[in-house]
Design a binder for this molecule. Structure first.
Ligand SMILES: Cc1cc2nc3c(=O)[nH]c(=O)nc-3n(C[C@H](O)[C@H](O)[C@H](O)COP(=O)(O)OP(=O)(O)OC[C@H]3O[C@@H](n4cnc5c(N)ncnc54)[C@H](O)[C@@H]3O)c2cc1C
Length: 455
């Protein structure tokens, strides 16, 4: 009899298993593929590894700007990049396996089917447990558009999972969906020389991001040679042609490969016998991640709240503490950082300007450009800015939006700040190292109070 059985070994499930074992519980972790889940094997890490290769390629192409002469031709070898990606993934998943072993978690290989709140079947064995944590993640959606399924079967249309293992650079790539996954792949392939077209149904790409950031980001994608087509609905995929409607006009674009990146749907199969309360495919949970069935928890992509690895891992800790009767702060989604790893990057936390306006909160927005940062100049990275949104009443931080290289590292200071209800005064009174990119936080905080110094 286990104290906790976890289904799915992604950043939700494996973190839950390790944490529960650290708290002294007897834990089993059921995984049908490789530990690490989508994030380590087919998502976060593989994309960042390829983005790094693309960045190195572009940096070498621009080496002369830094006074470095490169003789001969510079070329991109996608097969070698994919090989490096596979090595990084292997190293990380092996590391997770080691941690699970070290913490005495029983890893049970196979597909878990839940029979009841205390029984899970894997193959021909039934395992008994006091509590269950469902962390089965999600899978890319193939929408019911004419020709999508047939093209997927032929291999002319792929999801992110397959695209990560393509070793021959396509001459033209059409990406359906201008969300995080779509724009990250667009950056990789356009940087390596592929002609990339993004087709997005909404009026802008990345609709959840602050409008100023999205506008600047769209410009940078276009500067990279990417065609960004918005307010366009794809109606048909026929082998290597994608048909879409734009302003009631039917248009077609050709491609060697089509990436379908319109979203992720929760993996909720195999759980039917629990008869859980659901919101479409997503499992409904409370603030401790407990489902409608007592003692059964659902964390990560499968509850559909935020499809982000760091949210899955945080939910894991809250769920485990609650399941084992430990004191825990309930889940709070006020300060969830979002990160997009293009070139430059985007990172944001808290409310966008549009959301603050919609909520009728009196606010001030303060921006500071990278072009006025000494460190950004030294690094040859002049594109970008930071935008802080603070309340008029207390100068309390409401939202932070960064469009800059290393934005995803800078956002943690502001995420902590938002969590602790920081004010612009407190940020401005914090000494930031010089020269560092983090000085843009200080300058924007000064701007929210009065004026920045360096502009
Ligand atoms: C291309 C791409 C890039 C991404 N980049 C980022 C990023 O940069 N940052 C970020 O925060 N997020 C990113 N994500 C999202 C991130 O991968 C997910 O939010 C995260 O993996 C969710 O973790 P999870 O534990 O809920 O599920 P998953 O990581 O999906 O893991 C679920 C695991 O459960 C297993 N499983 C499912 N059903 C069963 C069953 N019945 N029995 C046994 N095992 C089962 C699966 O095999 C899988 O290993 C990206 C996603 C993609 C696709």
């Amino acid at each position: 009899m286990y104290d906790i059985l976890v289904i799915g070994a992604g950043p939700g499930g494996y973190v839950a298993a390790i944490k529960a074992a650290q708290l002294g519980a007897k834990v089993g972790l059921i995984e049908k593929e490789v530990v690490g889940g989508i994030c380590l094997n087919h998502g976060c890490i593989p994309t960042k590894t390829l983005l790094k290769s693309a960045k190195v390629f572009r940096t070498v192409q621009n080496a002369a700007t830094f006074g470095v002469n490169v003789e001969g031709t510079v070329s991109a070898d996608l097969a070698k990049m994919v090989d490096r990606k596979n090595k990084v993934v292997k190293q990380l998943t092996s590391g997770v396996s080691f941690l699970l072993k070290k913490n005495k978690v029983d890893v049970i290989a196979g597909y878990g089917e839940v029979l009841s709140p205390t029984k899970i079947q894997v193959g021909d064995k039934v395992y008994e447990t006091k509590k269950i944590i469902i962390a089965t993640g999600g899978s890319p959606v193939l929408p019911p558009i004419d020709g999508v399924e047939a093209s997927y079967k032929k291999g002319t249309l792929v999801t992110s999972r397959e695209l990560l293992n393509v070793t021959k650079l396509p001459a033209a790539l059409v990406i359906v969906g201008g969300g995080v996954i779509g724009v990250e792949f667009a950056t990789v392939f356009a940087s390596l020389g592929t002609k990339v077209t993004i087709i997005e149904m909404m009026p802008t790409i990345l609709p959840m991001i602050d409008e100023d950031v999205t506008a600047a980001y769209t410009k940078s994608l276009r500067a990279l040679g990417i065609d960004v087509i918005t307010s366009a609905q794809v109606t048909k995929v026929n082998d290597k042609f994608v048909t879409y409607m734009l302003n009631d006009v039917k248009k077609t674009v050709g491609a060697d490969l089509v990436l379908m990146a319109v979203g992720i749907r929760a993996n909720s199969k195999g759980l039917e016998k629990l008869d859980l309360a659901m919101d479409r495919a997503n499992i409904v949970t409370n603030e401790y991640l407990e489902t409608s069935v007592k003692g059964v928890y659902a964390i990560g992509d499968v509850n559909g709240k935020y499809m982000l690895a760091h949210v899955a891992s945080h939910e894991a800790i809250v769920a485990v503490n609650h399941a084992l009767g430990k004191d825990t702060i309930p889940m709070d989604y006020k300060a969830v950082p979002q990160a997009i790893y293009g070139d430059p990057e985007i990172a944001s936390v808290g409310l966008t300007e549009k959301e603050v306006k919609a909520q009728g909160i009196p606010y001030k927005a303060s921006t500071f450009p990278l072009a006025a940062s000494g460190k950004a100049m030294a690094d040859g990275e002049k594109d970008g800015f930071i935008k802080l949104i603070v309340s008029t009443k207390y100068n309390e931080l409401l939202g932070a939006h960064i469009y800059a290289y290393h934005a995803t590292e800078l956002i943690s200071e502001l995420t902590l700040g938002l969590n602790l209800e920081v004010t612009a005064e407190e940020l401005a009174n914090t000494i930031h190292p010089h020269p560092s990119l983090s000085e843009i936080v200080l300058e924007a905080s000064l701007g929210a109070l009065d004026k920045p110094i360096h502009i």
